[in-house]
Design a protein around this ligand. Structure first.
Ligand code: IPE
Ligand code: IPE
Ligand code: MG
Length: 254
């Protein structure tokens, strides 16, 4: 198992994104209901958030509920909403103690009123924190986000607030819900599924992808360290050759 001392603190990813998957199967394997898996996944969230804060990671995005997840059985959706509200309410003091700022991406207008209000309160209460930014992707899908951006851009062009030839990558980026954050450098998906499931399709363009068989409720800091160590062994080329990258690194250009 990886340990903290093996990690090179000068080469940490600034932004880590995680698809927290496998709660349902974890529970079923124990003869329990899917909701039992979600309840146990909360401890993993706590542990990993703490791990990221301790390391000094800047941003952590957790995929908690996708647009497509609204299509799950009503019991599961309701259970998940109640669990999220309860967790957020309980965790606010810990977030504040650890200087963690909570925020969300996604279509939260679809959330039940009680959940949206609770979430907004937690966001407001942690706004002043300056350490880790914890971004919860809730009722989120990347295609939804990109369509929203295109619609808003079209409106702004129509209203003369933006000219079509001003639409650069930077401008487009500003219209995404992730506009204020750097792109994730490391994306982790648990539970042995090798897909992106409508998560940050645009922002993950050059992310290093890390897949593990570990189910989310079993995932702990040590697994996070393992993923970071694996990331640190990779050469990120951004379309260039390995020789160019090594030359740039040795001459201090990044
Ligand atoms: C991830 O676990 C949590 C959510 C999608 C809300 P799953 O519920 O997808 O668990 P599996 O993939 O069915 O095991
Ligand atoms: C992705 O997991 C969404 C979240 C983890 C919140 P899913 O379990 O919903 O994804 P698929 O259906 O297996 O692709
Ligand atoms: Mg799943």
């Amino acid at each position: 198992m990886a340990s903290l001392s093996e990690i090179d603190k000068s080469r940490l990813p600034v932004h880590i994104a995680i698809i927290m998957d496998g709660n349902g199967r974890w529970a079923k394997e124990k003869g329990e209901s899917r909701l039992f898996g979600h309840y146990n996944g909360v401890e993993s969230v706590r542990n990993v958030v703490e791990g990221c804060a301790e390391l000094g990671i800047g941003y952590l995005t957790l995929y908690a509920f996708s647009t497509e997840n609204w299509g799950r059985p009503e019991d599961e959706v309701n259970g998940l909403m109640a669990l999220m509200v309860e967790t957020i309410r309980k965790e606010v003091p810990t977030l504040n103690r650890n200087n963690i700022k909570l925020t969300t991406i996604g279509n939260t207008s679809l959330l039940p009123d009680f959940a949206r209000a609770e979430l907004q309160e937690a966001i407001d209460l942690t706004q002043g924190n300056t350490g880790l930014t914890l971004i919860v992707a809730l009722s989120y899908s990347s295609r939804w986000e990109m369509l929203q951006a295109v619609q808003q851009i079209s409106k702004d062009v129509k209203n003369n607030l933006l000219q079509y030839d001003e639409i650069t990558e930077q401008v487009f980026n500003r219209y995404l819900s992730t506009g204020p954050y750097p792109d994730p450098e490391l994306m982790i998906r648990t539970s042995g599924e090798y897909r992106i499931s409508n998560f940050l399709l645009y922002q993950l363009a050059y992310a290093e992808l890390y897949f593990t068989e570990t189910r989310w409720p079993d995932f702990r800091k040590q697994h996070l360290y393992e993923a970071i160590l694996n990331y640190q062994k990779r050469e990120r080329r951004f379309g260039k050759t390995g020789e160019q990258i090594r030359q740039e690194t040795s001459s201090g250009i990044h």
